[in-house]
Ligand binder design. Structure first.
Ligand SMILES: *[C@@H]1O[C@H](CO)[C@@H](O)[C@H](O)[C@H]1NC(C)=O
Ligand SMILES: *[C@@H]1O[C@H](CO)[C@@H](O)[C@H](O)[C@H]1NC(C)=O
Ligand SMILES: *[C@@H]1O[C@H](CO)[C@@H](O)[C@H](O)[C@H]1NC(C)=O
Ligand SMILES: *[C@@H]1O[C@H](CO)[C@@H](O)[C@H](O)[C@H]1NC(C)=O
Ligand SMILES: *[C@@H]1O[C@H](CO)[C@@H](O)[C@H](O)[C@H]1NC(C)=O
Length: 443
């Protein structure tokens, strides 16, 4: 069963690769519109992408990810009738992005005229054999094979043109998984891909960047919402706008059950306490909902958390193992105002997608130390926000929805005019590379 699923997925993608750019039949590419935006996709052997998918059931410690490959990485539909909702696994962003790149309107076969060069390498999926597989003791080698290929085997001048400064790729995991020091004697965690001098010049689009991002830029985690046309997008927006929000705040996630003080524990306790309190504001029938997603039960089941998020004014987004969460984007898609407890959860990360100067308009910030150690109650802070301010904040959240969603590949022309997370990522990459090339002398 697993093998069959993976083969179906791999085949559908490989047939695309064989046919090349999806829009090659489109008659009129406007040359002015593409000026400064041409992208060349490097031709990589399938061992760097499609072949990696055939081993999708080989990493039991991670997960059997075969089911998530369906629909070019969007995963299976949540139910038969839907056209917008999928059981999307965020780690499949490498496939999703690749598929979208194939329909990018300004592709060029000539690397010499390209402003940027895309590497269709599934870095995160390839990292599994180092993180969870038989190559765990050689994680400093992750990427060396790719570099040899880029630099020496296939048209070396493509790399040589700008010494890699124009190359970019997607790495659909937190940077933490790729930044183990090369000389680390006792491997701790992760591969060394981002620590290799060989890749210092590239731009890596990643789910979470390091504190001092060097070559990487964070882009939104994919959610489960991938509308194919404007009508379905607008239908969802209407539902979000009209949804009755009878819960003040919701948290969907795991953790918080340990006894040592941390923000998730504080949230759990506050939620439990509030369930017993009788003094709930007339506005809300429930002050807090705690959706227990321990053991990954919510991961491919968006209905578990999307409905409560639609019914809630605020979504709590505390850090967990790492500062960022996919849930931040699920909440935004549901029109639920995010509550952050540290800047690394979004503000210092998604600088291309979430406007840094508007955080006060679309989100609430409560320092985690205030909650954990100073007795600040999240409920009190949120109940203290005037109703009309809450309404205005929700409008700001609604404006952001298109920027953080990944619309479905092959969307209608109408929906394509609205910039989504992919479009903004490509735009940011082009600008960043342009800036770089102005600093680096030509070879
Ligand atoms: C897939 O797994 C097989 C058997 O473990 C291995 O020989 C092969 O190299 C793997 N393929 C890739 C692309 O990692
Ligand atoms: C969904 O569609 C598939 C194939 O058409 C069918 O086998 C399956 O029973 C359907 N599931 C539901 C819940 O209707
Ligand atoms: C990795 O190295 C450790 C320590 O030397 C060893 O115990 C373990 O068996 C090695 N794992 C593999 C898969 O080679
Ligand atoms: C990265 O760029 C610098 C110049 O900015 C160059 O000296 C170096 O060789 C490049 N690295 C690689 C691996 O190409
Ligand atoms: C809340 O009430 C439940 C039963 O109604 C009780 O078991 C629980 O201990 C109470 N929690 C607090 C924090 O008072």
């Amino acid at each position: 069963m697993k093998t069959i699923l993976s083969l179906i997925a791999a085949l559908s993608l490989s047939s695309l690769l064989v046919f090349g750019p999806v829009n090659s039949q489109q008659p009129d590419i406007d040359p002015v519109e593409c000026s400064g935006r041409w992208i060349h996709i490097r031709n990589l052997p399938t061992r760097f992408n499609l072949d990696l998918l055939t081993n999708c059931s080989d990493f039991p410690l991670f997960d059997d990810f075969c089911p998530y490959l369906a629909n070019h990485g969007l995963g299976q539909k949540t139910h038969n009738q839907t056209r917008s909702w999928y059981r999307t696994d965020p780690f499949m962003l490498e496939l999703i992005f690749h598929r979208r790149m194939l329909e990018y309107p300004c592709l060029t076969a000539d690397p010499a005229v390209a402003s940027a060069v895309f590497l269709p390498y599934y870095a995160g999926i390839d990292s599994l054999r180092y993180l969870y597989g038989s190559d765990v003791n050689s994680s400093f080698e992750h990427g060396l094979d790719l570099f040899q290929f880029l630099k020496h085997y296939d048209s070396p001048q493509i790399w040589g043109n700008h010494q890699g400064h124009d190359h970019f790729l997607v790495m659909a995991r937190p940077a933490w998984d790729f930044s183990q020091s090369v000389s680390c004697d006792q491997p701790i965690w992760g591969t060394s891909f981002l620590e290799l001098p060989e890749f210092y010049n590239i731009t890596a689009l990643i789910l979470e960047s390091r504190t001092w991002p060097w070559q990487e830029q964070a882009i939104p985690y994919p959610t489960s919402f991938h509308p194919p046309n404007t009508a379905l997008f607008e239908a969802w927006m209407t539902r979000v706008r009209q949804s009755r929000r009878s819960t003040l705040m919701v948290f969907a996630g795991g953790g918080g059950s340990s006894s040592s003080p941390n923000i998730r524990r504080s949230i759990r306790l506050e939620c439990e306490n509030s369930a017993n309190s009788s003094e709930i504001n007339d506005e809300y029938s429930k002050s807090c909902e705690f959706i227990d997603c321990s053991n990954g039960v919510c991961e491919h089941d968006p209905i578990r958390f999307m409905r409560p998020m639609l019914q809630s004014d605020f979504c709590l987004q505390p850090p967990g193992d790492t500062p960022t969460r996919r849930s931040t984007f699920d909440g935004i898609i549901a029109g639920c105002i995010p509550v952050f407890f540290e800047d690394q959860s979004a503000k210092t990360q998604y600088t291309w997608h979430l406007p840094e100067d508007k955080y006060n308009d679309f989100s609430v910030y409560i320092p985690k130390e205030d909650v954990v150690f100073k007795g600040v109650k999240i409920l009190d802070v949120l109940l203290g926000i005037p109703r009309d301010k809450v309404r205005r904040m929700r409008e700001s959240v609604l404006e952001i929805i298109p920027r953080v969603m990944y619309r479905k590949h092959g969307s209608s022309p109408g929906l394509k005019t609205m910039k989504d997370a992919f479009d903004i990522a490509v735009e940011g990459t082009l600008q960043r590379i342009k800036g770089r090339l102005q600093q680096v002398p030509l070879h």
